[in-house]
Design a protein around this ligand. Structure first.
Ligand SMILES: Cc1cc2nc3c(=O)[nH]c(=O)nc-3n(C[C@H](O)[C@H](O)[C@H](O)COP(=O)(O)OP(=O)(O)OC[C@H]3O[C@@H](n4cnc5c(N)ncnc54)[C@H](O)[C@@H]3O)c2cc1C
Length: 384
């Protein structure tokens, strides 16, 4: 066991930190004001730095580094904001990884290099109006007719919905009940029959648009199948174990960034004639914040490290996600007094943003059911 980052990893982390802190702080502020996602110009700059394919194979235009390397970069961007880290999340731990692992060679070559070049962003569309935690109740149908796939249904809460150029769509591909009938298909934004609802007005996540997606006889080629029914859902969930580590890292970055700011603040801010760090209650709180941030990082890195180039286990990724989601909700805005409640200060934005990460990718409660299931060694059927 070695808890030290390699020299190469430290270098990568420094590059990401310098880029995020020097270039992205002002961009994050303006995204917060306008609600516009990161521009194509910025995506190009990310691409030139290799940030859009850190752990993606060289074959498809990535850097070919590890999942852990991708998470190290993501933490540095998440310290600044969810919105500036989001394209890295989508390309390195999100739907693109499902394509890289499971899609046909033809689809991989079509989609992934474009993501790595910053030309397109790919989103994941799983949830539906009546299928949130009970994801396997989804009803969006993909029927095969004359060598084409025809999609019909409605999706909800898709982050990137209406903005992203491509969508990994979970759908029913057979009449088999529950998980068995579910597969996934890649759909391009401009496909006839595909339309989007109003942009949602969320409490946070400014710059990460969210919208319903409507499929009305949307026709895509057979080659767009990423995974088929009868086993496909299990593969998607394996890929999702990596996405959970990314979700956890979004929270870790915002919590570790908040801790850095709080550490500075408590040494500068004077009350009762001395810096507030001199008060024992503040010291205790600072230590508790550090313990939880360090714990989150170790749990996430363990999950990523143990997975190597594959996908983490459901137990380790869910433990990391839960702990980091809860840590971030506690740590951001702590010890900052009125400044943590002021829109002039990024802490207020982190406070709203981290709440969403504890819902996205499966709620904290649902993760805890996953953890208990893995511990006991049996699935707890929520329907019985
Ligand atoms: C910011 C944000 C981004 C998102 N991005 C995406 C995206 O990109 N793509 C996508 O497909 N989806 C996305 N989602 C949807 C997300 O995955 C769902 O919101 C989530 O799975 C919860 O589903 P729900 O909102 O329908 O809540 P519900 O399932 O209705 O749950 C409501 C409450 O009941 C609890 N609950 C439900 N069932 C149980 C149970 N069996 N035991 C204990 N408690 C239970 C939940 O924990 C929750 O507290 C996003 C959501 C948010 C908020």
């Amino acid at each position: 066991m070695d808890f030290k980052l390699s020299e190469q990893q430290q270098e990568l982390q420094d590059i990401a930190r310098n880029f995020a802190q020097n270039e992205m702080v002002g961009v994050a502020l303006s995204i917060e004001e306008t609600g516009e996602p990161l521009s194509k110009e910025w995506l190009k700059k990310y691409s030139e730095m290799g940030f859009l394919g850190i752990n993606v194979s060289h074959k498809y235009g990535g850097l070919g580094l590890s999942n852990l390397d991708a998470l190290l970069v993501m933490e540095e961007f998440a310290k600044v904001s969810s919105a500036v880290a989001f394209p890295i999340f989508e390309s390195c731990v999100g739907p693109v990884k499902a394509i890289e692992h499971f899609a046909s060679e033809e689809l991989k070559k079509k989609v992934i290099p474009e993501v790595c070049k910053g030309n397109i962003v790919v989103a994941v569309s799983m949830s539906e109006p009546n299928a949130g935690s009970a994801l396997t109740d989804l009803t969006t149908k993909a029927e095969i007719k004359d060598d084409k796939i025809i999609l019909n249904g409605t999706k909800r809460w898709c982050s990137g919905g209406g903005h992203s150029e491509g969508y990994v769509v979970y759908c029913k591909m057979t009449d088999d009940p529950g998980a068995k009938g579910i597969g996934a298909v890649y759909v391009e934004k401009d496909t006839p029959g595909l339309s989007f609802g109003q942009q949602e007005k969320l409490m946070g996540w400014s710059g990460i648009p969210s919208a319903d997606i409507f499929f009305d006889n949307v026709e895509v080629p057979m080659g767009n199948i990423i995974v088929e029914a009868n086993g496909g859902f299990q593969k998607l969930m394996e890929a999702f174990d990596l996405e959970r580590c990314g979700n956890a890292t979004m929270c870790l970055g915002q919590a570790s960034g908040a801790l850095e700011k709080a550490l500075k603040y408590v040494q500068e801010r004077e009350q009762f004639g001395k810096p507030i760090v001199e008060f024992q209650a503040v010291q205790m709180k600072l230590a508790e914040m550090a313990m939880k941030v360090e714990g989150s990082r170790l749990l996430i890195h363990r999950a990523a490290h143990n997975a190597q180039e594959g996908f983490p286990s459901i137990f380790e990724s869910s433990v990391g996600k839960c702990f980091s989601n809860e840590t971030a909700r506690e740590v951001v805005a702590s010890l900052m007094g009125g400044y943590g409640f002021n829109k002039e200060h990024p802490m207020e934005r982190h406070y709203r943003d981290v709440w969403g990460w504890g819902i996205a990718g499966g709620t904290i409660d649902i993760q805890k059911i996953n953890i208990a299931s893995a511990m006991v060694g049996k699935r707890f059927d929520q329907r019985k």
